[in-house]
Write a protein that binds this ligand. Structure first.
Ligand code: PLP
Length: 405
């Protein structure tokens, strides 16, 4: 693959992606079996029709305000700033309804599903966070919701199974394949294919075939749009860097996207370094991955020489995915964003530091972004740092107990 970096960067900054084929330079597109082509085409037409429709935007913005609790605050973090020798600002998605950024996407797609005449919604979930957000959003718009979840994940994340059920969703155990997120996505797609007219598939991150990475980016960009205006208003200018954790990449692309044309603001994505650099020990897809196709999109992923997807590991279940959204692959290839990996222990330390210094219990996923920010501050004394706080850490208390001592 030869890349004309300068040209790709220029197109990226000009906002030309995705192109008409759903591509982000060489990445993205739609690699789906024949049986799914019709469903994807209809979804693309629906997204084109509704996403920028004034009436739909009004309805979405009203729900974001009255039900999700937007705008979320931008919080100065002076005690962290003092420790790090930096000026630190926190964009508080942990304060959004259900405790993380995932609700922005879930309510947006649930409202879209209604406009498209869907009678039911299917979703997949790994750790359960997207399942909970989907269940809540479906209850809100009055559509039945079925969530596919790997059998192994159901055992690991029992409280989230209970939350989904309380919110009215049916949780379907996936006993095929790896019995985790990857198999759950396959099953949700299979369900969608079986009745593409009545069913809407609510995908949880900026991954999958076109138009999902675009749709999710547009719905999550509310994070960056708000944060950009807030930091200008509250600090007097743009940040030197915007930092977010990267699993599939939805909270990061939502924070980064409105800053892409701001050349003086660095973008830093922080992946899960797990407990080592070896096969199966991490889920740092941009840092360690290679190009390939997974779940309908051409992007970076973790696979071996035979194309077999690798097992992944992270202390934070929400970062545990062997692929990443195609726009991140392009941001990395053009150098517009950089990516690093932070290991489990370093993330734990960052979580404790944020609790101590700012009185905020962040999610383990989010803690990776804080650890990345700390490293950035060491190399950029006095920098104005914007961190995307993707979620709150109450869900992680059991994991934290296990790792205490
Ligand atoms: C799911 C999740 C993530 C990772 O997903 P992205 O699509 O990469 O944003 C990060 N933080 C929290 C709190 C999550 O629940």
């Amino acid at each position: 693959m030869s890349l004309d970096k300068e040209k790709l960067l220029q197109s990226l900054v000009n906002g030309e992606y995705p192109d008409a084929q759903g591509r982000y330079g060489p990445f993205g597109g739609r690699y789906v079996p024949e049986t799914l082509v019709g469903a994807f085409t209809r979804l693309e037409e629906g997204v084109d029709k509704w996403l920028n429709d004034g009436n739909f935007r009004d309805e979405l913005n009203t729900e974001l305000k009255n039900w999700v609790g937007r705008p979320t605050p931008l919080t100065p973090a002076p005690r962290l700033g003092e420790r790090w020798g930096a000026e630190v600002w926190l964009k508080r998605e942990d304060l959004a309804h259900t405790g993380a950024h995932k609700i922005n996407n879930a309510i947006g797609q649930a409202l879209l599903a209604k406009r498209l005449g869907a009678k039911r919604i299917v979703a997949e979930t790994g750790a359960g966070q997207h399942g909970v957000a989907s269940a809540a959003a479906c209850a809100r718009v009055g559509l039945p919701c079925e969530v596919y979840m790997g059998q192994i994940d159901m055992a690991r994340q029992a409280p989230n199974v209970d939350r989904m059920q309380r919110l009215g969703a049916k949780v379907i155990a996936v006993t095929t394949g790896d019995r985790t997120l990857r198999a759950a996505i396959d099953e949700a797609m299979r369900d969608w294919v079986a009745s593409p007219n009545d069913t809407y598939y609510l995908l949880g991150s900026a991954v999958g075939g076109h138009p999902y990475p675009y749709l999710v980016r547009e719905l999550q960009s509310v994070i960056g749009r708000e944060a950009r205006q807030q930091i200008i208003d509250q600090s007097g200018g743009l940040p030197d860097v915007a930092i977010a954790c990267v699993g599939g990449g939805s909270n990061a692309i939502g924070l980064f996207h409105p800053f892409i044309a701001d050349g003086k603001t660095d973008l830093l994505g922080v992946e899960a370094g797990g407990h080592g650099n070896g096969l199966g020990e991490h889920s740092a897809t941009v840092v360690h991955g290679r190009p390939g196709v997974l779940h309908g999109t051409y992007s970076l992923l973790l696979h071996d020489d035979d194309g077999q997807i690798q097992e992944t590991h992270s202390i934070s279940a929400g970062l545990d995915y062997p692929g990443v959204g195609p726009e991140h692959a392009l941001l990395a290839a053009t150098g517009r964003a950089s990516y690093c990996a932070v290991d489990d222990q370093t993330a734990l330390l960052a979580l404790n530091e944020c609790c101590e210094a700012e009185g905020i219990l962040i999610a383990l996923e989010t803690a990776h972004a804080f650890a990345g920010a700390r490293l950035y501050a060491q190399e950029h004394a006095g920098a104005r740092i914007l961190i995307g706080v993707s979620g709150r850490g109450d869900k992680d208390l059991a994991t934290l107990l296990e790792h205490a001592g």
